[in-house]
Design a protein around this ligand. Structure first.
Ligand code: AMO
Length: 437
């Protein structure tokens, strides 16, 4: 084998074959570029697993010392069909050049399927462990979900918007606001694009945003991040919240179809199963849901909301009774919803959640569109009207009935691929303990 281990290559010429295309080159000599995912020396025969953006290939060398894991390399060799090799092909390597040599071994074996390493260690070295095939697969599925989100909405006349993340007041209430010193004034990191996406309905009628939002969640849970990707939708001229649910159901089914079509190898790496897209998402009012989990499963959900256990049980009911991984819970009480939620006369609202595999992934519903009702809702909640003056004013300018929802991208991804901890659905998670890497 010819090798170049000394001089590193500064430039990478274009001619190369991707791992995913090896099947088109059986019998031919090809050049691959990628990273050393794994290496093994079996009595003078070197096995190298090369990872590129399209997949992983096995390359075999005779009598060679292979470079350290994660070195980037250029390999040439002949492609042969090989049933046991990943992807069904093997490259019989003739030359190996190191493009950029790893000078340090990764902190964990990236190629290993079952990590017994402490998750905290994995996150502490996330800048390197993020390269593992499993983590890559999770992030690829998430990217596909977001692509599918945009594609569906673009095709249905929605316009993408870009709203400020530095704001003067929190739209969602609660104590989880990050305070920022804004040129000597107090500002906050946006908890959601809620008020701005509603304002933008007055411009485009149908809008969406995919952007990070911020919540100062001090408690350490498996479903909360301090920074997460919010997939927001808002649309005008609706009759009621059923239209919002119809849209979200069709949107999610389309996003999942995209994952099925484009992420087969990632789903296989993760052992993930997609939900059945042929069943309709059941819809159940919150009060009925609480009664149901109490009667059917003996769980009394205290307070005005559904607690996490009640969410899990209503998810179980949806699966058992309807074969659905999803269930909409509708008509939340006013006390459980933010001020912008459309109130009904009986103390309930047109606010709803979507539960996926027993965990809330979405809040949404129809919104208030009359300024006097907004003021009344702010007062009910002892909120500062002055802080929302511009927002209230917009509703004096002909805002139609409208509604929308937001999907937490990491929650959706984690539940879809079976991650226990939401942190592993974000490349670089932020929580109360973590600001690096
Ligand atoms: P809500 O506050 O319920 O609603 O958030 C919507 C969805 O975002 C996700 N989510 C989180 N994900 C990770 N870490 C967190 N700390 C976190 N908090 C929330 C969840 C949740 O269902 N403006 C409304 C949406 C709307 O009505 O359009 C809102 O932000 O998946």
């Amino acid at each position: 084998m010819a090798s170049n281990r000394g001089g590193e290559h500064e430039a990478v010429p274009a001619e190369r074959v991707l791992v995913s295309d090896l099947g088109d080159h059986v019998g031919a000599e090809v050049t691959l570029l990628g990273w050393v995912l794994n290496r093994r020396d079996l009595g003078g025969i070197g096995f190298l697993l090369l990872r590129d953006r399209s997949g992983v290939a096995q390359v075999v060398f005779e009598g060679s010392a292979l470079p350290l894991h994660e070195s980037s390399v250029r390999v040439t060799g002949k492609v042969v069909a090989h049933k046991k090799a990943p992807g069904g092909f093997e490259v019989q390597g003739s030359t190996l050049e190191v493009i950029s040599e790893a000078t340090q071994a990764p902190p964990v074996e990236l190629a290993k399927e079952d990590w017994t390493v402490n998750p905290e260690t994995l996150l502490a070295y996330r800048h390197v462990t993020v390269r593992s095939p499993k983590t890559r697969a999770v992030l690829k599925v998430e990217a596909e979900l977001v692509r599918g989100f945009r594609a569906y909405l673009d095709a249905h006349d929605f316009t993408e918007i870009f709203t400020p993340k530095l704001v003067s007041a929190g739209a969602e209430g609660g104590a989880n606001l990050f305070e920022v010193d804004y040129y000597g004034r107090r500002a906050y990191l946006a908890q959601s694009p809620q008020l701005y996406k509603q304002i933008m309905v007055g411009v485009f009628e149908r809008v969406y945003e995919t952007a990070a939002v911020y919540r100062a969640e001090k408690s350490h849970t498996h479903r909360h991040l301090s920074e997460y990707l919010s997939l927001d939708v808002e649309l005008g001229f609706i009759a009621n919240e059923d239209e919002v649910m119809d849209l979200e159901e069709a949107l999610l089914k389309s996003m999942l179809a995209g994952v099925e079509e484009r992420c087969a190898s990632e789903l296989a790496v993760l052992g993930a199963e997609l939900p059945d897209r042929t069943v309709a998402f059941p819809r159940i009012p919150l009060l009925a849901a609480r009664e149901l989990v109490s009667e059917r499963y003996g769980h009394a959900s205290g307070g005005k909301d559904l607690d996490p256990e009640a969410e899990r049980l209503i998810g179980r009911w949806a699966k058992e009774e309807h074969g659905s991984d999803f269930v909409f819970v509708t008509n939340y009480p006013q006390a459980a919803r933010p001020f912008y939620t459309y109130p009904l006369e009986n103390g309930l609202t047109r606010g709803l959640d979507l539960i996926f595999r027993g965990v809330e992934i979405t809040s949404g519903g129809q919104r208030v569109h009359r300024p006097e009702v907004l003021v009344q809702e702010l007062r009910k909640r002892n909120m500062d009207e002055a802080a929302f003056a511009d927002y209230i004013e917009v509703f004096k300018h002909g805002m139609p009935p409208h509604g929308g929802f937001a999907i937490g991208a990491e929650r959706l991804t984690a539940l879809l691929v079976g991650l226990h901890n939401i942190r592993f659905a974000r490349a670089f998670p932020r929580d109360a303990q973590r600001l690096t890497p």
